[in-house]
Design a protein around this ligand. Structure first.
Ligand code: G6P
Ligand code: ZN
Length: 542
């Protein structure tokens, strides 16, 4: 029985790059989810009888939202919905399912690495047929629709049992509850040499993977422990909890500090790794060696050919602008394209679809490839495992060898969180205005060669994105980048990315902050950070 129910619009349903993300109580308002979901479907055409993939990271409100989405999808004419058991699918697993089922699209329920629970965050994101997040023209249309919606269509029926595998009927729509891991694990098997990795574990290779009580737990248990034979207990915090145990499921040196401490101790396994709430970010730490996401991208690109899925080589590499230039040197040596895009995974989609790049990465702990259209945490861990198994060397040895070959890009990000928005905007404006006068300026041994406001021209669809971050580039290849975070929730977050290239192997083992100290001091001077933000030092250094 399809019902048409009258509703009134909410004014705050503008999806960002990662969909609509709000606190749980906001989503719990009357018809809030219904309005948004109906607006998604109202903005699409041609899905009658088609397949929709639905799943989320298992956070609080996941189940309620899924029931609503299924009933609205059925009432709007989808022919089939494919749902991960218990409503659980990692973000890369949704992307993989959309692609392998040739589905029309998918709905991902997640707020990524943000905390969950009744007072935590929730999110709804629509992905299109290539498996990637909806492009801006679609999200703009969704937002426009949310402003004028007057009714939604919904099937009146009891809730679907999403915990039991199998097929049920919801109105005219077929609902298939599928194993959350199976399709994704099968895809991983086509990319990596599972026998070789299994041999490594059998030979004594040890690892800890922290699922942070979030979605990757079931995936890691099945793939690492069951399929690859890693010792039981390899997966930490492997049971997904609706509130992630009260933690931030963000795999960085702050929220996964225990893992870093373990890796730096004499009890360290060969590899420590972690992923975030919805499974798209990754953290990689070898025994005694943290791998920055920028270095990880470069090392993986240089070694990807060792994995069966990439044996024909990498077509090109893409990185977000603030990500270090380490990958550029790999691309140069391989004679392949290097694409520098604005921050945000969505900018990689066209390059991947056009076959221009195979591997992409961002300094914000995202790495991925053309196998899906999202970044993929477990994929990055498996590629590292495969490379480690193939080279039979430690993470540290591989990194040292990489730096000896390509040089090292010392790299650090300094975040000034929750600063006053007016001050942050004034800093950006003042720095932008001073860019033309910076060129040629000398600060001790450092000379500014170029300073600009990064703009991107998409070579595939011809679109232009301006004001994507201020770059100060020095004659010796060093660089300072300033941009305001697009994901912060309180005030503004100023991110300062500092990078220095060191070709001399004898000088590649300095402590990062020491190696960058001159540039760090300059980063304050050039932008007047203290004057505009009243901060003498960053709140987070990664
Ligand atoms: C999200 C996106 C990433 C992006 C990051 C940037 O995680 O998925 O693609 O790199 O945000 O965040 P920021 O706070 O620096 O704007
Ligand atoms: Zn995420």
């Amino acid at each position: 029985m399809i019902k048409e129910i009258a509703t009134t619009p909410y004014s705050d349903q503008r999806p960002g790059t990662s969909g609509l993300r709000k606190k749980v109580p906001i989503f719990q308002q009357r018809h809030y989810v219904e309005n948004f979901v109906q607006s998604i479907f109202d903005s699409l055409t041609g899905f009658a009888g088609e397949t929709l993939v639905v799943g989320g990271d298992g956070r609080f409100y996941n189940r309620d939202a899924i029931q609503k989405i299924l009933k609205i999808a059925a009432a709007n004419g989808f022919g089939r919905a494919v749902v991960g058991r218990g409503g659980v699918l990692s973000t890369p697993a949704v992307s993989a399912l959309i692609r392998s089922l040739k589905a029309f699209g998918g709905v991902v329920l997640s707020a990524s690495h943000n905390p969950g629970g009744p007072d935590g965050d929730f999110g709804i994101k629509y992905n299109v047929a290539n498996g990637g997040p909806a492009p801006e023209k679609v999200t703009d249309a969704i937002y426009a629709r949310t402003r004028e919606i007057t009714s939604f269509r919904i099937v009146e029926a009891p809730d679907v049992d999403i915990d039991r595998l199998g097929v049920t009927q919801l109105g005219d729509m077929r609902v298939e509850i599928v194993d959350s891991v199976e399709n994704y694990a099968a895809l991983m098997q086509t990319l990596f040499d599972f026998d070789r990795i299994r041999d490594a574990f059998r030979g004594g290779f040890t690892m800890k993977f922290d699922a942070m009580s979030a979605v990757t737990g079931p995936y890691a248990h099945v793939i690492l422990e069951d399929m690859l034979g890693a010792a039981p207990g390899t997966v930490l915090n492997g049971a997904p909890l609706p509130d992630f145990g009260g933690h931030h499921p963000d795999p960085n040196l702050v929220h996964a500090k225990h893992l870093y401490d373990l890796a730096m101790s004499d009890r360290s396994p060969d590899l420590c790794a972690a992923s975030d709430g919805d499974g798209d970010r990754n953290l990689i730490i070898g025994r005694g060696r943290f791998v920055t996401p920028s270095d990880s991208l470069a090392v993986l690109a240089a070694n990807a050919h060792l994995a069966p899925g990439y044996r024909d080589g990498v077509a090109g590499i893409a990185r977000s602008m603030p990500t270090s230039g380490a990958a550029d040197r790999v691309a140069e040596k391989l004679g392949i394209g290097l694409y520098e895009t604005p921050t945000g995974w969505k900018f990689f989609g066209n390059l991947l679809d056009a076959g221009l790049v195979t591997i992409c990465g961002e300094e914000s702990a995202g790495t991925g490839s053309n196998h899906v259209r999202e970044k993929d945490g477990l994929w990055a861990v498996l590629l590292w495992l495969d490379v480690l198994a193939a080279r039979k060397q430690s993470v540290d040895a591989i990194l040292r060898d990489h730096w000896a070959t390509y040089g090292r890009n010392y790299y650090s990000r300094h975040d000034y969180e929750e600063v006053d928005s007016d001050g942050a905007n004034a800093l950006v404006k003042s720095l932008r205005d001073s860019l033309p006068s910076l060129k040629g300026k000398r600060f001790g041994a450092l000379e500014i060669a170029e300073a600009d406001d990064f703009a991107y021209h998409d070579p595939v669809d011809g679109s232009d994105s301006r004001n994507q971050g201020l770059r100060v580039m020095f004659a010796d290849g060093s660089r300072i980048v300033y941009r305001l975070s697009g994901t912060g929730t309180a005030g503004a977050t100023l991110r300062v990315y500092i990078e220095r290239y060191e070709a001399d192997p004898a000088k590649q083992f300095l402590e990062t902050q020491n190696a960058l100290s001159d540039l760090i001091a300059l980063s304050h001077e050039i932008a007047g950070i203290e004057r505009f933000t009243q901060r003498k030092a960053p709140s987070v250094i990664t």
